[in-house]
Design a protein around this ligand. Structure first.
Ligand SMILES: CC(C)=CCC/C(C)=C/CC/C(C)=C/C=C/C(C)=C/C=C/C=C(C)/C=C/C=C(C)/C=C/C=C(C)/C=C/CC(C)(C)O
Ligand SMILES: C[S@@+](CC[C@H](N)C(=O)[O-])C[C@H]1O[C@@H](n2cnc3c(N)ncnc32)[C@H](O)[C@@H]1O
Length: 377
């Protein structure tokens, strides 16, 4: 009965939406809505959204140029006149003016009195966020691949990004050398503080004894967790060449005495036992379902019942994070493996791997990451 009712309501909604879509697509309706003072409010908002979609790539390139030329670092000390700015940016005055006018139009910069330029509110937010800037600066790799998105979708082109993340299509990732893991590990380390802050603000890690970060990169997350929980022991698992980088970071941060560092393959090698909490940060969305299942089962095998697993990555369908399917969907397409998943999809994989008791935490920036808590059953 409930199913029939569901179907009837669904059909009725579909008919209603089809009428709405035909109306919005009608040029006469679009003309009318711009002429009508009330409808114009909505029409202008939708037209602005359409422009943002159309011009988004150009906006990103303006942001990238500002980041590459350190505009935000220059302006954080106060506004400057154009000739001095042009000098510091290393651009001819006319080119600097063009870049700054573009930046002003995107709230990255602002025009100030006496012909000077200062930071816009978004520019100020970037000035204080090295982690976000590191991601902005690596975007050209993605854009190179997205120059031909159809070829990517049809599988006709091997993407540049796939070489940047070389572990994604190797049967023996443990053989990766230091120079192959260096660039992506440095990017992950630079962007990790933003994610660590979200996760550690939402989840009190000090209630645990040993935290194991699987695919923990250079150990930035574990250093942040160790700083918040002085009695916490930490274990990091990553490919051997990445684990070496983590060891060096732990030593520099004074974390080495309470750290265990394991170079290994999290899909094929058994994981160390003894942790009462495990984190997988920006890991599951790199993997197709088969590999994600192998990984989660491997994690489960290392845990006692009742232990906690935290999946920390951007998840689709979470309120406030709606455009993620576009960004991570095409990002992982270019990487050649993985996909962003909905919370229910991750829970289904977890259930098949021996986890339950799911709880999605509330956090400040779901565009950046979500945090799903699961218990080993
Ligand atoms: C008081 C006054 C003057 C004004 C009040 C107005 C007000 C409230 C202003 C707010 C100021 C404020 C606090 C701003 C905060 C801004 C923040 C937090 C900005 C954060 C920006 C984050 C960005 C842009 C993040 C971008 C993330 C990206 C692009 C992620 C990429 C991830 C990748 C590539 C991951 C790869 C991993 C893989 C391989 C898929 O596994
Ligand atoms: C996207 S990065 C995330 C790094 C870190 N968790 C973070 O959020 O900054 C994925 C990490 O998983 C590691 N990794 C990928 N495949 C692996 C495998 N088969 N075994 C062990 N580590 C692996 C990579 O070396 C890399 O450090």
């Amino acid at each position: 009965m409930a199913q029939i009712l569901d179907r009837l309501v669904g059909d009725w909604l579909d008919r209603l939406r089809a009428r709405r879509d035909r109306l919005i697509a009608d040029p006469a309706f679009q003309r009318w809505s711009l002429a009508n003072p009330l409808a114009r409010i909505v029409a202008r908002r939708r037209a602005r959204a359409a422009l943002d979609l159309t011009a988004g790539f150009v906006y990103s390139q303006v942001l990238f140029t500002c980041a590459r030329l350190r505009l935000f670092d220059i302006l954080i000390d106060g506004p400057l006149p154009l000739p001095e700015l042009a000098d510091q940016l290393g651009l001819p005055a006319e080119a600097a003016r063009r870049l700054l006018d573009a930046a002003v139009s995107l709230d990255l910069a602002e025009r100030r009195s006496g012909g000077r330029y200062g930071l816009g509110q978004l520019g100020a937010a970037f000035a204080g966020n090295r982690a976000a800037l590191s991601l902005v600066e690596h975007q050209p790799l993605l854009y190179a691949d997205l120059a031909d998105p159809l070829a990517l979708l049809r599988g006709e082109k091997r993407a540049v990004l796939a070489d940047y993340w070389p572990y994604s299509d190797l049967e023996k990732p443990k053989a990766l050398a230091a120079e192959q893991v260096g660039p992506y590990s440095a990017l992950m380390a630079a962007s990790q503080p933003m994610v660590a802050q979200e996760a550690l603000d939402a989840y009190d890690i000090s209630r645990h004894k040993r935290l194991m970060d699987v695919g923990g990169g250079e150990g930035v997350f574990l250093c942040a967790a160790a700083a918040r929980a002085p009695d916490l022991q930490v274990t990091l698992v990553d490919l051997p060449a990445v684990a070496d980088r983590a060891r060096a970071r732990f030593e520099a941060a004074g974390v080495l005495p309470r750290a265990q560092v394991c170079g290994g393959d999290f899909l094929r090698d058994p994981l160390p036992k003894g942790a009462d909490v495990v984190t997988l940060i920006r890991i599951v969305h790199d993997q197709d379902d088969d590999r994600a299942l192998a990984l989660l089962r491997n994690v489960r095998a290392a845990l006692e019942p009742g232990a906690t697993l935290l999946i920390i990555e951007a998840m689709s369908g979470v309120k406030g994070a709606e455009p993620l399917d576009a960004y991570y969907g095409f990002y992982t397409l270019a990487m050649g493996r993985g996909e962003p998943r909905r919370v229910e999809e991750i829970e289904a994989l977890l259930r098949q791997s021996g986890f339950g008791g799911f709880r999605l935490l509330r956090n400040a920036l779901p565009t950046l990451t979500s945090i799903l808590v699961a218990k080993a059953v």
